[in-house]
Design a protein around this ligand. Structure first.
Ligand code: NCD
Length: 310
């Protein structure tokens, strides 16, 4: 594995496979009465979150603790950023405390790359940058698809599966990382969204596009829903929420078109009643995604930190 995890592209098919296989072992650890191993004893993981997060930050911190690493938490809202300290000085200050890994989330695309250039020894993990990438979300999504299909005796792997990603793809770093990861593992990906919520250009994206969700749903092995990321919208891109739900929401009625084995997924946070009906969310695999996220992040931290100097 590379020294940092910034993009799914850093891993390639082999790297993704390695993370997923190791995550299987950590899922077992997490099922034990005491879900903790000494693998990263003596290491320190810092989460540097410059943007709001519930699950990603808690997931990384839980993962680090289960590997017996020490954890430092930085939240932009209560930091010296408010006293005018620069991003670079913040990173250097945190690193000077002897940190081995920095998990970075920032509203601007590219910040984790910049942090990786400044870091002298710490491994940098991208915890979500702007609209750009969220590689560990994609890894846990691949893991969840694999595990759910295995549990239902539907076979191994993502090869040949048809995944529909529905909703606000334009503002979604999850969609960008998922498209790369699902494609690398051989799945076919169709994006379903109103034209205003698609990226301005799909050049280089290995996907198909559909504006007919009703026609698409019955053909999917996985339907992956996204939140309308209104905090990133600078203009009115939709006539109304009700109109969006009527055309692209996974309503109870629309969910009847899904095959019995189709997985319903969402990265969270969910806006119930908008992109997905509450009852449909309740029979999705969203909580399994969250649980698998801890094991997958344990695998990532272990691969980045566990092998170095014994
Ligand atoms: C996503 C994110 O922040 O990129 N959530 C997550 O990390 N699970 C998606 C979102 O905010 O809608």
């Amino acid at each position: 594995m590379t020294a940092h995890l910034l993009s799914i592209a850093d891993l390639g098919v082999d790297g993704i496979g390695k993370v997923l296989r190791l995550a299987d072992r950590f899922v077992e650890v997490n099922a034990r009465p005491i879900p903790k191993v000494p693998a990263l004893r003596g290491k320190t993981v810092a989460s540097l979150f410059f943007e709001d997060s519930t699950r990603t930050r808690l997931s990384f911190e839980t993962a680090a603790r289960r590997l017996s690493a020490d954890v430092l938490t930085f939240s932009a809202g209560s930091s010296s950023l408010n006293k005018g300290e620069s991003l670079r000085d913040t990173v250097e200050t945190v690193e000077a405390m002897g940190v081995d890994a920095l998990v970075v989330r920032h509203r601007s695309s590219g910040v984790p790359w910049q942090v990786a250039r400044w870091a002298r020894r710490a491994a940098v993990v991208n915890g979500g940058d702007g609209w750009h990438e969220h590689p560990t979300q994609a890894l846990l999504d691949c893991y969840t698809i694999r595990a759910e299909r295995r549990a239902r005796n539907l076979g191994e792997g993502l090869g040949g599966l048809h995944v529909g990603i529905v909703g606000d793809i334009r503002h979604s770093r999850v969609a960008r990382s998922d498209v790369l990861a699902f494609g690398a593992l051989g799945a076919r990906v169709t994006l379903a969204a109103p034209p205003t919520l698609l990226p301005p250009s799909l050049e280089g994206w290995d996907v198909e596009v559909s504006h007919d969700l009703d026609g698409l749903l019955g053909k999917l092995d996985v339907v992956y829903l996204l939140r309308l990321q209104s905090e990133r919208m600078t203009e009115a891109l939709l006539p109304s929420l009700r109109e969006y739900t009527a055309t692209y929401g996974l309503t109870a009625q629309r969910a009847e078109r899904l095959g019995p084995d189709t997985l319903v997924m969402h990265p969270g946070p969910v806006n119930r009643g908008v992109e997905v009906a509450s009852d449909v969310a309740d029979r999705s695999v969203i909580t399994h995604q969250v649980a698998n996220g801890v094991a997958v992040r344990m695998a990532v931290l272990f691969l980045l930190l566990g092998m170095v100097d014994g």
